[in-house]
Design a protein around this ligand. Structure first.
Ligand SMILES: [Zn+2]
Length: 164
């Protein structure tokens, strides 16, 4: 796997980062964590597990809150307010669109970008900006597209010379 090859070569070049190597408690993938978390083995990776856990924990907190008497009252209030709003909306002739929130994929991406930013900062021994990571990713994508295109060109060329 390309990711592990990269991780291995980073650790070979910078052995001091070995203390930052940890394993996701959920999916088991190895990854570099921030030095402040070095030695911890209860972490989740930035490739989806952390985000999924965060959502799950938030849902559990919300559920627990609404089971409490204070939460039950709050929920009743919210339901009442929603009913009022719906009634008001029905009264209006033109409905206004609610602004769309960020899609979940954007959120997951930003977790990965932050992880890459942290790892690159560790490797380079300086604080790398988020924008630099995004530029790097864009450049990388362009190169990948070029390589892919070249492969397709070659395939077409080969087919032209060796018609089926
Ligand atoms: Zn994981």
């Amino acid at each position: 796997m390309e990711y592990y090859w990269l991780l291995r070569s980073v650790l070979r070049a910078q052995p001091h980062l070995r203390t930052c190597l940890t394993r996701c408690r959920h999916c088991g993938i190895f990854f570099l964590t921030h030095p402040r978390n070095a030695g911890r083995h209860n972490l989740r990776c930035a490739f989806g597990c952390r985000e999924a856990y965060r959502k799950q924990a938030a849902a559990q907190r919300t559920a627990a809150y609404y089971r409490e008497p204070r939460g039950k009252k709050k929920k009743a209030d919210l339901n009442q307010r929603r009913r009022n709003q719906e009634a008001a909306r029905r009264g209006q002739t033109c409905g206004r669109k609610t602004p769309a929130g960020k899609p979940p994929s954007t959120q997951a991406n930003s977790v990965i970008v932050e992880h890459v930013r942290m790892v690159v900062s560790l490797i380079e021994g300086r604080r790398v900006k988020r924008r630099a990571i995004l530029q790097m990713a864009a450049k990388n994508r362009r190169q990948h597209t070029m390589v892919r295109r070249r492969k397709i060109d070659q395939a077409v060329l080969w087919l032209n010379e060796h018609p089926p």
